[in-house]
Design a protein around this ligand. Structure first.
Ligand SMILES: Cc1cc2nc3c(=O)[nH]c(=O)nc-3n(C[C@H](O)[C@H](O)[C@H](O)COP(=O)(O)OP(=O)(O)OC[C@H]3O[C@@H](n4cnc5c(N)ncnc54)[C@H](O)[C@@H]3O)c2cc1C
Length: 575
């Protein structure tokens, strides 16, 4: 058994920022950080557009209160406002801290950090490193981490959370290199395992975004919060779904339909292309639905609209958003300085997740916390994004709440002892799970079942939803799930058995997908990213609350949790 004072699962922005905080506050503490990829390959590295903070370098009229208001309005009033106040007040400090740790932000001519416009933000407050912001931040954090003695377990796959008597005691992990299984015991456990975009068939997320941390938490009997809120990013590159950053619209690109019209005029006249993502994604879906999409040959009625950068000029494109130009060029052969880019909504971000308080402590239910268990980043729901996240608020959340969670862990871990646990029991169980998967001689391939599942989620729980659609979806999901027992793995080996990992990830996808669909069925209103054709209005009387969904093999149960409303009273949301 491996022992650590603290074990962190996830080496993205949230996990690495927390690890740095703990190591900085308690030098000599024994922190372990596990990632199923190399930490530098965490999805955070792909973040493009930037990180929001009211530095007032470009817009002197900006304030944290204005950032907070934009965030709460963007969330369709479902965000917890105490958490939003922390997020926006601490933002400038965490950005300067990143800079002091070595992050190279893009600059204004006078040398101060540059800031650009972003969807739903009323001021230019998004700090960036060209369109490679995640890359710039994550590389610095990881190299800082390596210098401060944190033990990194890269390419170890965590299979389960050890939770006994409402106390997190450690995790069980599998080494991709040689198939070794280890139990890790710790005084505190933190999950920073990122999102679940791969539950759907078209996503901007990487292959590793399979919601493992969420599924492990749900299987341990703990709730997941607000899972119905799935963010569709308006501009996924057609047909692959890869992200074309909102920074492109922040820098001035237009959205146009088959008639050549800037259709956002009908949906958000004051914000146009910089309306929040839920509104812009719905606008694109409606345009496509009404036959004003475009086909690859340029004729009307097709599956995408155009993102038009041509008026911006080559020089601006190449200096501000070079990566997006490169993506369109490399993946679909388009030179965006002379041709419009084909785009449509793509699954991008998970507003819901493991419920936590503002110190990153995981909730057992609406009143109680779990002992020694923490979460932050996209896997967690604190909830600063409510029903719809604003762009550039997620990197910020990872850094602000990664740091806060690190502080909370550091102050609690000193007085804690290593827990007692039965290592042999957990090892036996993990070996049994792996061996039974390898022994299965069914007729289905993993990719076949995964594709069917992702297609089902996309068809029945997409941008627009209804009871009839989702009930049918849930029935089909359960049929697909029942085939899991009949999958067949070709690779029986223990060295780099990525097929086995895919089988374990598929099991997690299935838990997460069912929780999303079930939570969505229960929310009989439209709010933020959750748009119901059968309940088109927001209903504050009956649904201004968070959903807590508890998973068990017998079924899912829903309970409610109040929203913290301390600054801004809910109003109609117009742009
Ligand atoms: C293409 C793209 C662009 C984006 N651009 C922006 C932007 O400009 N601004 C912004 O604010 N947000 C942006 N976002 C969102 C933002 O990048 C993410 O929400 C954020 O980086 C998530 O960080 P994280 O630390 O929570 O998780 P991640 O960075 O996803 O890291 C998850 C970690 O958990 C590990 N892990 C997961 N499961 C297991 C397991 N079973 N065992 C072991 N390890 C495991 C992974 O290996 C990884 O290290 C973007 C997202 C995408 C997809």
């Amino acid at each position: 058994m491996l022992d650590h004072d603290v074990i962190i699962v996830g080496g993205g922005l949230a996990g690495s920022r927390a690890a740095l905080e703990i190591a900085g506050l308690l030098p000599g503490i024994n922190v372990g950080l596990i990632a199923k990829t190399h930490p530098i390959r965490s999805h955070s590295v792909a973040a493009q557009g930037g990180i929001a903070a009211t530095l007032k370098n470009v817009d002197t009229q900006d304030s944290w209160e204005s950032h907070a208001f934009d965030t709460v309005k963007g969330s369709d009033y479902l965000a917890d406002q105490d958490a939003v106040a922390i997020l926006t007040q601490e933002a400038p400090e965490v950005v300067f801290d990143l800079e002091h740790r070595g992050v190279l932000f893009s600059r204004l001519p006078d040398g101060r950090i540059a800031q650009r416009a972003f969807g739903g933000h009323s001021h230019n407050r998004t700090c960036y490193a060209a369109d490679k912001t995640g890359h710039a931040i994550l590389h610095e954090l990881i190299s800082n981490l390596m210098a401060c003695g944190v033990t990194i377990y890269d390419e170890w796959y965590v299979m389960r959370l050890i939770l006994e008597d409402n106390q997190a005691k450690g995790v069980v992990m599998y080494h991709l290199l040689d198939g070794k299984v280890e139990v890790v015991r710790a005084k505190s456990v933190m999950f920073a395992t990122g999102g679940y975009g791969r539950v759907f068939n078209t996503t901007s997320n990487d292959y590793a975004s399979t919601g493992d941390g969420l599924a492990m938490t749900a299987r341990a009997g703990l709730p997941l919060e607000d899972m119905e809120f799935v963010q569709f990013h308006p501009t996924g590159l057609y047909p692959v779904g890869v992200l074309i950053s909102e920074a492109v619209r922040g820098e001035g690109a237009y959205l146009i339909n088959s008639d050549g019209n800037r259709f956002m005029h009908h949906y958000a006249p004051s914000r146009m292309e910089l309306a929040p993502r839920d509104i812009t994604s719905r606008a694109i879906a409606i345009e496509i639905g009404k036959g004003r999409g475009i086909f690859p040959n340029g004729s009307p009625g097709g599956p995408f609209v155009y993102l038009d950068l041509r008026h911006m000029g080559r020089e601006k494109i190449m200096s501000r958003i070079p990566f997006c130009w490169e993506e369109a060029h490399r993946l679909v052969g388009i030179d965006a300085s002379i041709q419009p880019i084909p785009v449509r909504p793509t699954v991008h971000y998970s507003m819901g997740g493991i419920p936590v308080n503002t110190h990153g402590q995981v909730r057992r239910n609406s009143q109680e916390l779990v002992d020694g268990f923490f979460a932050a980043g996209e896997a967690a729901c604190v909830s600063v994004h409510g029903a719809n996240r604003l762009g550039s608020n997620s990197l910020l959340e990872c850094v602000v709440f990664g740091r806060r969670t690190g502080t909370a862990i550091a102050s609690s871990v000193i007085t804690r002892k290593l827990p007692d646990l039965d290592e042999a029991h957990y090892l036996k169980e993990a070996h049994h799970q792996i061996q039974s998967l390898l022994d299965q001689r069914g007729q289905y391939r993993i990719a076949e079942i995964r594709q069917a599942y992702q297609d089902c989620m996309t068809s029945f729980c997409g941008v627009f939803r209804s009871s009839a659609l989702m009930e049918e979806g849930l029935m089909q999901l359960r049929q697909i799930q029942s085939r899991y027992g009949q999958i067949r793995l070709d690779d029986q080996g223990s060295c780099w058995n990525t097929e086995l990992i895919e089988a374990l990830e598929l099991q997690n996808l299935m838990v997460v997908g069912e929780l999303i669909l079930f939570s969505a069925l229960n929310r009989k209103e439209s709010r933020g990213s959750h748009a119901r054709e059968d309940f088109p209005e927001r209903d504050d009387n009956n649904f201004l609350h968070h959903t807590l969904a508890f998973y068990s093999s017998a079924g899912i149960e829903i309970s409610l949790m109040p929203v913290v409303i301390s600054m801004f009273h809910p109003q109609a949301r117009q742009y």
